[in-house]
Design a protein around this ligand. Structure first.
Ligand code: EPZ
Length: 446
């Protein structure tokens, strides 16, 4: 689902959708969580590591995965998508250069670096820009591939890498000033699977999406041990083959619905989750007085508001700590929780774009160098607000569901990047939401 675009003579007018939300209607019922966007992106990129077909199921139909599929097609892969299943075949002769026009739309396309280098030993990739949640450096990615023997230069805004003698395994410590890097760990793992010898990744990211990528690569014939721990060992192999894989559930979508359930519901049953992946979010909701009950297998969770909700404290941390991708959504809940709550994002200290919009709805939030202090208020009131980044936009939807009156959320394409059919899923749960064409879309210089 990507918003329609039309080109006028000089301007690209993106017909941006907006979401109109009538607040105050309690959600109820059951929702199924989609496949993980953040597991899908590196796994789609990894498909070019073999010339045999791969089939990936439960890839969510969101803009980010569609962008990745477009880039793979542009590189010369043949990609077929039927609902959640994507079939990719990357024959010999695929290009090693991705275009700026595609890459600029999604900074996660940096995760093509590893697979392209592993397969073709050269890569020209436009440097991804920053984004509203802060500067998004790629120094750790570059340093990792350099350690395997690649030469790097920056030319015309592109990262140009080449390894004429191929990549050679070694030990690389991936820790940065802000802790481990998820896509950096992914890139090094994907570059190492076809390298000569053994690569050891120290200070590796431990996120479930990294583990899912390692599982996918091992199904292709890679020899990876220790994914999910701080040290990952990759024994290089000659060649990889095709495989089939189903991506893990999206733990951030699950967390978003858990917060919605605690904010404005008579109780929601949330299916297709993985308890281990959402334990930190479940623990915080319980600490704040809400009801969270997992089923035996840990694949479904029931959540409803507690009788006496309590304020809370978030210090984001790499997995298995509280995820940075969930602090905005929890801030919307804290805005309506009696007492004073505190949110500190150690990973993206500027990630507070949602706070100014929540304050326009009546929230009482003070943001000061990477920390938000939220004083709960009696109620929020609907207002026209602007989505900014994916998770900030989700926070605005949650606030709108609980607010008094109507909220219009403009620039819905931010939400479409990472939530599959969010408005339809909410409607099924009884929310009064409507997606409409945003007629006052601004002309945007192309
Ligand atoms: C992944 O981004 C996720 N995206 C992000 O989710 C998530 O917020 C982030 O991990 C942290 O968990 C995808 O998986 C597609 P990082 P990634 O490299 O890998 C610094 C969402 O909403 N850093 O783990 O790009 C960086 O600035 C998105 O779905 C360097 O300093 O994030 C940050 O402070 C938003 N140098 C920290 O490391 C580098 O070379 C963690 O970033 C790379 C990163």
């Amino acid at each position: 689902m990507v918003h329609s675009t039309c080109y006028t003579k000089h301007h690209l007018l993106i017909s941006m959708d907006k979401l109109i939300v009538e607040g105050g209607y309690k959600l109820s019922g059951t929702v199924n969580i989609s496949g993980s966007k953040n597991a899908s992106l590196p796994i789609l990129a990894a498909s070019i590591l073999t010339d045999e077909p791969v089939r990936i199921s439960r890839v969510p139909d969101v803009s980010d995965t569609n962008y990745m599929i477009q880039i793979l097609s542009q590189l010369g892969a043949s990609v077929e998508r039927s609902s959640g299943t994507v079939r990719i075949e990357s024959p010999d002769g695929i290009s090693s250069s991705a275009s700026y026009d595609q890459v600029r739309k999604m900074r996660a396309s940096i995760c093509l670096l590893g697979p392209i280098m592993a397969r073709m030993h050269r890569c020209t990739l436009p440097l991804p820009g920053g984004c509203v949640i802060g500067d998004r450096p790629v120094d750790l990615h570059v340093r990792a591939i350099q350690a395997l023997g690649a030469r790097v230069r920056i030319k015309g805004g592109n990262l140009v890498m080449e390894a004429p003698n191929g990549l050679i395994g070694t030990t690389v410590d991936m820790r940065g000033d802000s802790g481990p890097t998820v896509l950096g760990t992914d890139n090094l793992m994907m570059a190492a699977v076809l390298a000569k010898g053994t690569t050891i990744i120290e200070s590796a990211a431990r996120e479930p999406e990294v583990v899912d990528l390692a599982n996918f690569l091992n199904k292709m014939g890679a020899r990876i041990e220790g994914a999910g721990s701080r040290t990952i060992t990759i024994h290089g192999v000659e060649k990889l083959h095709g495989c089939e894989h189903t991506v893990i559930p999206d733990r951030i979508e699950a967390g978003t619905f858990m917060v919605a359930a605690a904010m404005v519901s008579d109780g929601l049953q949330i299916n297709r989750v993985c308890r281990k992946h959402i334990q930190a979010m479940a623990d915080l909701l319980v600490e704040c007085g809400h009801v969270v009950e997992f089923d035996e297998e840990g694949t479904s969770v029931f959540v409803k508001p507690g009788e006496r909700p309590r304020s809370g404290k978030i210090l984001t941390a790499p997995y298995p700590g509280y995820p940075t991708d969930m602090q905005a959504q929890m801030t919307a809940l804290f805005a309506l929780t009696p007492g004073i709550s505190v949110v500190k994002d150690t990973i993206f200290p500027q990630r507070f774009m949602h706070c100014s919009e929540l304050k326009r709805m009546g929230a009482n939030i003070k943001v000061d160098n990477g920390t938000a202090i939220i004083t709960g208020v009696e109620g929020l009131s609907g207002a026209p607000v602007m989505a900014s980044d994916l998770r900030a936009s989700a926070a605005l939807v949650l606030a709108a569901l609980a607010a008094e009156g109507t909220t219009e959320i403009h620039r819905l394409y931010h939400i479409d990047r990472g939530y599959e059919m969010l408005d339809e899923k909410l409607m099924m749960l009884g929310a009064r939401v409507q997606r409409v064409l945003d007629t006052d879309a601004r002309n945007i210089e192309d």
